[in-house]
Design a binder for this molecule. Structure first.
Ligand SMILES: Cc1cc2nc3c(=O)[nH]c(=O)nc-3n(C[C@H](O)[C@H](O)[C@H](O)COP(=O)(O)OP(=O)(O)OC[C@H]3O[C@@H](n4cnc5c(N)ncnc54)[C@H](O)[C@@H]3O)c2cc1C
Length: 391
């Protein structure tokens, strides 16, 4: 079998990439191979849907600037609801160093003409009395920071991809990527929905271009082609709690930058809490670690004392893939026509529109809306942290 472009992984990034490719060049044959039974069952399914402008690195702000209009137009363009709401993010800190970083973010946003505010502890206390502020130096708030439903966005892309002729093969696990004369040539995959005997030959699809968007499996797929990418999967535990009247549905997404703790209120008032598992070892294991509960609750209560009465209804685990410098990976690898796109950590959903667009431009030889060099998969020689506002 022969096609023009194979995309590995039907998460929000693979689907956004396929959508932009199909939109820009309707003649290309595009196949997405997805190992799960359904599209969007990877990290995208566990994502909490935050969208923010507040970053220290201008290139991340640019990615939000490119993506934001897509979210605003999504329902009109993609005919699928995404419950987009501007709710703001509020970052708070007790640390002088992080307070300095929040000033840095504020100045960056000023330069981009994105309105943001720095609050002192009294102002935070007045507006958000449920937050414990006595030890805080202050906080940073951007009213344009927002929320959208990750399932809606992923499904919208999926449906448009299908309309534009993209073929999505689920239950198809890629097992190898073939390379000849330093040029990608084909992909092997096996069905995951029926037993196969050891002697069954895997299916092979020849392709001119292969795009690896395998999310937390990005590095494993890259390895199939002989590439080592320093991107690794990290568990993220989410605590789902019943609504609490003291925490209104309209509050911003609160992030305690010192501990990583975040509080996010869903559209129905349900609370999603998490963010304190920054010390976790890499791995693809998604089992919930209940041993972390006591420490987590202590950290949460310290910032939001009312959470002492929170009713945890469910705990689940998702995986984020992170790079050593905190920036994602996007571009052609040292192997010709093999692209790797991922490692965007906690920003892969909000930046998916821009990531898909930029990848499509690179593949089709068009001018991308920003210079993607900082995301190059071939950049990993300098270990300096390129983004500081991470949680
Ligand atoms: C708890 C949590 C909260 C988050 N919150 C936010 C947030 O608020 N805002 C934000 O922007 N981001 C957030 N993220 C990050 C975001 O979810 C990810 O960056 C984004 O979903 C990555 O999309 P993806 O398409 O790269 O990966 P995925 O959705 O994981 O898609 C990759 C796909 O590749 C498939 N695949 C893997 N290996 C193979 C193979 N061998 N063959 C075929 N298919 C394969 C997988 O099955 C999967 O479907 C959060 C993540 C987690 C875990």
């Amino acid at each position: 079998m022969q096609t023009d472009i194979i995309i590995i992984g039907a998460g929000v990034i693979g689907l956004s990439t396929a959508y932009h490719l199909a939109l820009q060049n309707s003649k290309q044959r595009i196949i997405i191979l997805e190992k799960e039974k359904f599209h969007g069952a990877g990290s995208t399914a566990q994502c909490t849907g935050g969208i923010r402008y507040q970053f220290t690195n201008p290139i991340n702000i640019q990615l939000t600037q490119i993506s934001y209009p897509y979210f605003l137009r999504f329902v009109a363009d993609m005919h699928y609801p995404i419950y987009f709401r501007r709710r703001g993010y509020l970052f708070v800190t007790t640390s002088q160093e992080r307070w300095h970083e929040l000033h840095e973010i504020h100045n960056q946003l000023d330069a981009f003409k994105v309105p943001s505010q720095l609050f002192n502890r009294e102002e935070i206390h007045t507006v958000y009395p449920f937050i414990s502020t006595s030890d805080l130096l202050g906080g940073s708030y951007c009213a344009l920071d927002a929320y959208a439903d990750p399932y809606g966005v992923m499904e919208g892309y999926y449906r448009q991809c299908r309309k534009l002729g993209v073929q999505v093969l689920c239950n198809a696990e890629v097992t190898d990527i073939n390379v000849k004369n330093n040029h990608v040539t084909s992909v092997l995959y096996k069905p995951t929905n029926r037993p196969i005997s050891p002697t069954t030959e895997p299916n092979e699809i020849n392709a001119t271009v292969v795009i690896n968007t395998a999310g937390p499996h990005l590095h494993l797929l890259a390895r199939m082609a002989g590439l080592e990418l320093p991107v690794a999967p990290y568990r993220r535990q989410v605590y789902v709690c019943s609504p609490m009247p003291i925490i209104p549905a309209q509050v911003p997404l609160l992030v305690d930058l010192d501990t990583g703790f975040y509080l996010h209120v869903e559209k129905n008032g349900v609370l999603l809490l998490g963010g304190t598992d920054r010390d976790i070892a890499p791995g693809l294991e998604t089992v919930v670690d209940r041993g972390r509960l006591t420490d987590f609750i202590a950290t949460a209560i310290k910032r939001v004392p009312a959470l002492e009465d929170a009713q945890i209804t469910r705990i689940y685990t998702g995986i984020r893939s992170l790079t050593p410098d905190g920036l994602g990976i996007l571009g052609e690898t040292k192997i010709k026509s093999l692209y790797c796109v991922g490692g965007f950590g906690g920003n892969g959903f909000m930046h998916a529109p821009a990531i898909g667009l930029i990848t499509a431009c690179l593949v089709l030889g068009k001018q991308p809306p920003l210079d993607p060099t900082p995301f190059s998969p071939n950049r990993f020689t300098d270990a300096t942290l390129a983004e500081k506002a991470l949680f």
